[in-house]
Ligand binder design. Sequence first.
Ligand code: GDP
Length: 464
Amino acid sequence: MNADTIFAVASGAGQAALAVMRVSGPASRGILASLCGRLPAPRRASFRRLRNVEGSELDQGVVVWLPGPGSYTGEDCAELYLHGGRAVITGVADALVALGARPAEAGEFTRRAFLNGRMDLTAAEAVHDLVAAETVAQRQQALRQLDGALGALYGGWAERLRLLLAQQEALIDFPDEDLPPEVEVQVMAELDGLECEVAAHLNDNRRGERLREGLVFAITGRPNVGKSSLINALAERDVAIVSAVPGTTRDALETRVVLGGVPVTLVDTAGLRDAMDEIEAEGVRRARARAAAADLVVMVEEAGDAAEQAGEPGYSPPPLAGGGWGEGVETGPMRPPPTPLPQGEGEIVLVPVANKIDLGGPVPASAIAVSALTGQGLPALRARLEAAARSLTESAGPPPLTQARHRAALQEAAARLAGARCADLPELRAEDLRLALRALGRITGNVGVEDILDTLFARFCIGK
Ligand code: GDP
């Protein structure tokens, strides 16, 4: 338990009707009694006048006394629902300092909750994600993790590994005893099973991480096909500069939208064509990098353009996995791009779009026909993008991997399990199992995490 008593405003910055002040630590009881005159009943909202040690009234508000260990942090806590004025907050903060408390550091309440065994590290991380959640799907994922779904999954694997290690150690300690011969077979079978489950979890196309971080959709195509206009139409506001001069959108322009409950950054790329000048060349280079790292690429052509443009240097679809313009194009063969797009990790979804159908050109069968100008076809495009956003992030069954930190530890565990399977000596197998168990333990925070706690909780807001 911590000797310090900490406090922080847990509600947002800026003037508001109410401010929530929370206090945690051994002095909470005395501090609350001093502020309110007498200690309220535990876990009951009580209306009180708050006074400092000199007896000046600071505010009238609701206070709650939350004795440990059943509190958020596991320590004695208090919550004060104050009027949101600056003078009220500073007055109460000064009074708390005078009574021996100190301002909390970022994430310090949740860090204490973790250190006091109130939650494991995956749940603590979920608190951060829930505070940061911008969309329904992100909120649902964070709540599931806060509920302990991920902790239970990793804890379950750790439990099975512990059993496996015990069996393996028995094989080492009692080689000449009458251990049933099935023990070794069982160990290998369980090892195989665990390895498969961890591999399947790792090989999830980064669904959980994609949802947590948000997706990137790149809008590519030759200059003037209407990329900026389409982004504006999708974002329903004027974010990208629409210009009739080819090559005006030189740098990647980014717009955040929500599609299918998932935050998506739409990236408008400069025209992917042979550049005219150096600045444009840089724009093209960035655009290619963006498009390669994107989760989805919307490839825009002008309706009827493929036929008209045949033979001229210009944009054609990146040679990525999946269908796209190459298939079902009725209006003529497509040219190879000047340089191929580098392929990013995982699958990239390609969505071919034929814009400017109001001009009456023919549309390839594989493309979604739209007009950014009239709005025709935009609901279909939006629906297609929403479906893609959902299918890139949705996961049925066990909870998905949500963080790079977890992925690194799981990769380590998977490598150790593979090592254990191939180990020649029982002692070496046991050592690999121990290291796999350690890697799993670092995710939930059971072992050796002191070194990462500072970095991990520094990302939190003050008061969380
Ligand atoms: P970008 O270079 O690909 O980003 O293209 P812009 O969005 O800047 O559009 C280029 C030009 O095409 C502008 O003059 C737009 O007004 C026009 N434009 C965009 N979409 C449409 C459309 O659906 N129909 C018609 N007729 N013009 C369009």
